[in-house]
Design a protein around this ligand. Structure first.
Ligand SMILES: [Zn+2]
Length: 236
Protein backbone atom coordinates (compact mmCIF):
# COMPACT_ATOMS: atom_id res chain seq x y z
CA UNK A 1 0.00 0.00 0.00
CA UNK A 2 2.81 2.37 0.84
CA UNK A 3 4.31 1.67 -2.58
CA UNK A 4 1.15 2.65 -4.47
CA UNK A 5 0.66 5.68 -2.23
CA UNK A 6 4.16 6.91 -2.98
CA UNK A 7 3.77 6.13 -6.68
CA UNK A 8 0.52 8.13 -6.87
CA UNK A 9 2.06 11.01 -4.97
CA UNK A 10 4.89 11.17 -7.49
CA UNK A 11 2.37 10.88 -10.34
CA UNK A 12 0.37 13.80 -8.95
CA UNK A 13 3.52 15.89 -8.57
CA UNK A 14 4.32 15.36 -12.24
CA UNK A 15 0.74 16.18 -13.23
CA UNK A 16 0.76 19.35 -11.15
CA UNK A 17 3.89 20.47 -12.96
CA UNK A 18 2.33 19.58 -16.32
CA UNK A 19 -0.68 21.73 -15.44
CA UNK A 20 1.77 24.56 -14.71
CA UNK A 21 0.60 24.71 -11.09
CA UNK A 22 2.38 27.37 -9.01
CA UNK A 23 1.86 25.38 -5.84
CA UNK A 24 2.35 21.74 -6.83
CA UNK A 25 2.54 20.49 -3.23
CA UNK A 26 -0.87 22.01 -2.52
CA UNK A 27 -2.37 20.48 -5.67
CA UNK A 28 -0.99 17.08 -4.68
CA UNK A 29 -2.48 17.39 -1.19
CA UNK A 30 -5.90 18.27 -2.63
CA UNK A 31 -5.87 15.31 -5.03
CA UNK A 32 -4.72 12.90 -2.31
CA UNK A 33 -7.58 14.16 -0.15
CA UNK A 34 -10.04 13.74 -3.01
CA UNK A 35 -8.90 10.13 -3.38
CA UNK A 36 -9.34 9.51 0.33
CA UNK A 37 -12.87 11.02 0.25
CA UNK A 38 -13.72 8.97 -2.83
CA UNK A 39 -12.56 5.79 -1.10
CA UNK A 40 -14.81 6.59 1.88
CA UNK A 41 -17.81 7.52 -0.23
CA UNK A 42 -17.64 4.63 -2.70
CA UNK A 43 -16.18 2.14 -0.24
CA UNK A 44 -13.13 1.56 -2.39
CA UNK A 45 -9.64 0.79 -1.24
CA UNK A 46 -7.43 3.86 -1.19
CA UNK A 47 -5.35 2.36 -4.02
CA UNK A 48 -8.45 1.98 -6.23
CA UNK A 49 -9.54 5.54 -5.45
CA UNK A 50 -6.08 6.93 -6.23
CA UNK A 51 -6.10 5.19 -9.59
CA UNK A 52 -9.53 6.68 -10.36
CA UNK A 53 -8.42 10.18 -9.43
CA UNK A 54 -5.32 9.72 -11.58
CA UNK A 55 -7.46 8.66 -14.57
CA UNK A 56 -9.68 11.75 -14.14
CA UNK A 57 -6.65 14.02 -13.95
CA UNK A 58 -5.23 12.43 -17.10
CA UNK A 59 -8.50 13.11 -18.91
CA UNK A 60 -8.48 16.67 -17.60
CA UNK A 61 -4.91 17.07 -18.83
CA UNK A 62 -5.97 15.94 -22.31
CA UNK A 63 -8.72 18.59 -22.36
CA UNK A 64 -6.22 21.15 -21.10
CA UNK A 65 -3.87 20.34 -23.99
CA UNK A 66 -6.81 20.42 -26.41
CA UNK A 67 -7.71 23.97 -25.32
CA UNK A 68 -4.12 25.01 -25.99
CA UNK A 69 -4.38 23.55 -29.47
CA UNK A 70 -2.14 20.60 -28.67
CA UNK A 71 -3.10 16.99 -28.88
CA UNK A 72 -1.91 14.07 -26.89
CA UNK A 73 -1.77 11.56 -28.43
CA UNK A 74 -2.04 12.54 -32.11
CA UNK A 75 -5.73 12.41 -32.98
CA UNK A 76 -6.90 9.72 -35.40
CA UNK A 77 -3.62 7.88 -35.27
CA UNK A 78 -3.15 4.45 -33.71
CA UNK A 79 0.16 4.86 -31.92
CA UNK A 80 2.84 2.25 -31.61
CA UNK A 81 2.84 1.15 -27.97
CA UNK A 82 5.90 0.22 -26.04
CA UNK A 83 5.38 -1.95 -22.96
CA UNK A 84 8.08 -2.13 -20.28
CA UNK A 85 9.48 -5.44 -19.00
CA UNK A 86 6.76 -5.85 -16.36
CA UNK A 87 3.88 -5.45 -18.79
CA UNK A 88 4.15 -8.66 -20.81
CA UNK A 89 0.58 -9.61 -19.89
CA UNK A 90 -0.76 -6.27 -21.06
CA UNK A 91 1.20 -6.58 -24.33
CA UNK A 92 -0.54 -9.89 -25.11
CA UNK A 93 -3.98 -8.34 -24.56
CA UNK A 94 -3.06 -5.32 -26.65
CA UNK A 95 -2.15 -7.70 -29.47
CA UNK A 96 -5.44 -9.57 -29.08
CA UNK A 97 -7.19 -6.18 -29.34
CA UNK A 98 -5.33 -5.54 -32.60
CA UNK A 99 -2.83 -2.95 -31.38
CA UNK A 100 0.71 -2.57 -32.61
CA UNK A 101 2.74 -3.04 -29.46
CA UNK A 102 6.30 -3.93 -28.59
CA UNK A 103 7.13 -5.65 -25.35
CA UNK A 104 10.63 -4.74 -24.28
CA UNK A 105 12.46 -6.99 -21.86
CA UNK A 106 15.04 -4.25 -21.26
CA UNK A 107 15.44 -3.80 -17.49
CA UNK A 108 17.63 -0.76 -17.83
CA UNK A 109 15.65 2.50 -17.83
CA UNK A 110 17.98 4.35 -20.17
CA UNK A 111 17.82 1.51 -22.70
CA UNK A 112 14.03 1.34 -22.44
CA UNK A 113 13.59 5.08 -23.01
CA UNK A 114 16.01 5.04 -25.94
CA UNK A 115 14.24 2.12 -27.59
CA UNK A 116 10.83 3.78 -27.23
CA UNK A 117 12.16 7.09 -28.58
CA UNK A 118 13.75 5.41 -31.57
CA UNK A 119 10.56 3.54 -32.34
CA UNK A 120 8.50 6.76 -32.05
CA UNK A 121 6.25 4.93 -29.59
CA UNK A 122 4.11 5.79 -26.59
CA UNK A 123 5.81 4.23 -23.57
CA UNK A 124 3.59 2.29 -21.17
CA UNK A 125 5.24 1.83 -17.81
CA UNK A 126 4.47 0.99 -14.18
CA UNK A 127 7.52 2.95 -13.04
CA UNK A 128 6.72 6.49 -11.88
CA UNK A 129 10.40 7.39 -11.48
CA UNK A 130 10.78 6.89 -15.20
CA UNK A 131 8.16 9.57 -15.84
CA UNK A 132 10.37 12.14 -14.20
CA UNK A 133 12.98 11.81 -16.90
CA UNK A 134 13.50 14.98 -18.85
CA UNK A 135 12.71 13.39 -22.19
CA UNK A 136 9.22 12.50 -20.89
CA UNK A 137 8.59 15.70 -18.92
CA UNK A 138 9.36 17.79 -21.99
CA UNK A 139 6.99 15.69 -24.10
CA UNK A 140 9.65 14.39 -26.49
CA UNK A 141 8.68 10.89 -25.46
CA UNK A 142 5.05 10.32 -24.62
CA UNK A 143 4.43 7.97 -21.73
CA UNK A 144 1.43 6.61 -19.87
CA UNK A 145 1.64 5.37 -16.29
CA UNK A 146 0.02 1.99 -15.70
CA UNK A 147 -0.82 1.44 -12.02
CA UNK A 148 0.70 -1.92 -11.07
CA UNK A 149 -2.24 -2.71 -8.80
CA UNK A 150 -4.66 -3.02 -11.73
CA UNK A 151 -5.70 -6.36 -13.23
CA UNK A 152 -4.39 -6.81 -16.75
CA UNK A 153 -7.85 -6.29 -18.28
CA UNK A 154 -8.21 -3.03 -16.30
CA UNK A 155 -4.79 -1.95 -17.55
CA UNK A 156 -6.03 -2.61 -21.07
CA UNK A 157 -9.17 -0.54 -20.47
CA UNK A 158 -7.07 2.32 -19.11
CA UNK A 159 -4.78 2.34 -22.17
CA UNK A 160 -7.79 2.27 -24.51
CA UNK A 161 -9.50 5.13 -22.72
CA UNK A 162 -6.46 7.34 -22.27
CA UNK A 163 -5.16 6.87 -25.81
CA UNK A 164 -8.64 6.75 -27.42
CA UNK A 165 -7.92 3.46 -29.17
CA UNK A 166 -10.36 1.27 -31.06
CA UNK A 167 -10.53 -2.51 -31.30
CA UNK A 168 -8.85 -3.67 -34.51
CA UNK A 169 -8.11 -6.96 -36.28
CA UNK A 170 -6.48 -9.29 -33.75
CA UNK A 171 -2.77 -9.91 -33.91
CA UNK A 172 -0.72 -12.91 -32.83
CA UNK A 173 -0.98 -13.22 -29.04
CA UNK A 174 2.44 -14.80 -28.92
CA UNK A 175 4.49 -12.12 -30.70
CA UNK A 176 2.20 -9.35 -31.97
CA UNK A 177 2.71 -10.21 -35.66
CA UNK A 178 -0.03 -9.75 -38.25
CA UNK A 179 -2.29 -12.73 -38.86
CA UNK A 180 -2.96 -13.89 -42.43
CA UNK A 181 -5.79 -16.19 -43.37
CA UNK A 182 -4.61 -19.43 -45.03
CA UNK A 183 -6.51 -22.17 -46.87
CA UNK A 184 -7.47 -24.94 -44.47
CA UNK A 185 -5.91 -27.61 -46.69
CA UNK A 186 -2.42 -26.07 -46.42
CA UNK A 187 -2.37 -26.40 -42.64
CA UNK A 188 -4.54 -29.49 -42.27
CA UNK A 189 -1.78 -31.47 -40.54
CA UNK A 190 -1.55 -28.84 -37.78
CA UNK A 191 -5.26 -28.71 -36.92
CA UNK A 192 -6.53 -30.93 -34.11
CA UNK A 193 -9.13 -33.29 -35.69
CA UNK A 194 -11.90 -32.12 -33.34
CA UNK A 195 -11.40 -28.48 -34.39
CA UNK A 196 -11.10 -29.33 -38.09
CA UNK A 197 -14.61 -30.83 -37.97
CA UNK A 198 -16.34 -27.54 -37.14
CA UNK A 199 -14.03 -24.68 -38.20
CA UNK A 200 -12.93 -23.61 -41.68
CA UNK A 201 -11.03 -20.38 -41.09
CA UNK A 202 -7.36 -20.51 -40.07
CA UNK A 203 -4.72 -17.82 -39.67
CA UNK A 204 -0.93 -17.91 -39.65
CA UNK A 205 1.22 -15.36 -37.85
CA UNK A 206 3.41 -13.64 -40.43
CA UNK A 207 6.24 -13.38 -37.91
CA UNK A 208 6.39 -16.51 -35.73
CA UNK A 209 4.32 -18.84 -37.90
CA UNK A 210 1.98 -19.82 -35.08
CA UNK A 211 -1.39 -21.15 -36.27
CA UNK A 212 -4.60 -19.54 -34.95
CA UNK A 213 -8.27 -20.23 -35.24
CA UNK A 214 -11.26 -18.59 -33.63
CA UNK A 215 -12.17 -21.43 -31.33
CA UNK A 216 -13.84 -21.30 -27.95
CA UNK A 217 -10.76 -19.85 -26.26
CA UNK A 218 -10.73 -17.04 -28.80
CA UNK A 219 -14.44 -16.37 -28.26
CA UNK A 220 -13.75 -16.01 -24.52
CA UNK A 221 -11.05 -13.45 -25.25
CA UNK A 222 -13.38 -11.51 -27.56
CA UNK A 223 -16.11 -11.54 -24.94
CA UNK A 224 -13.75 -10.09 -22.36
CA UNK A 225 -12.67 -7.38 -24.78
CA UNK A 226 -16.31 -6.52 -25.47
CA UNK A 227 -17.15 -6.24 -21.78
CA UNK A 228 -14.90 -3.20 -21.78
CA UNK A 229 -17.27 -1.43 -24.16
CA UNK A 230 -18.34 1.14 -21.58
CA UNK A 231 -14.77 2.23 -21.01
CA UNK A 232 -14.15 3.29 -24.57
CA UNK A 233 -13.53 0.05 -26.43
CA UNK A 234 -15.38 0.07 -29.73
CA UNK A 235 -15.27 -2.17 -32.72
CA UNK A 236 -13.29 -0.52 -35.49
ZN1 LIG B 1 3.43 -14.57 -33.89
Amino acid sequence: MRRILKACQRRFEILARQFGSRRPAQAVAIWMKQAWQLSQRERLSLAEALVQVDARLQARYRRYLGRRGEHWPPVGNAPLLFCDAGLGGLARWLWAAGQEAIWSRAQDDRQLVEQALQAGAVLLTTDTLLLERRVIRTGRLRALWIPPTLEVIEQLALVFTQLELKLATPRCMRCGGRLEQVPKATVADRIPPRTARWLDEYFLCSVCGNLFWQGTHWQQILNRLRTLGSTGLNDA
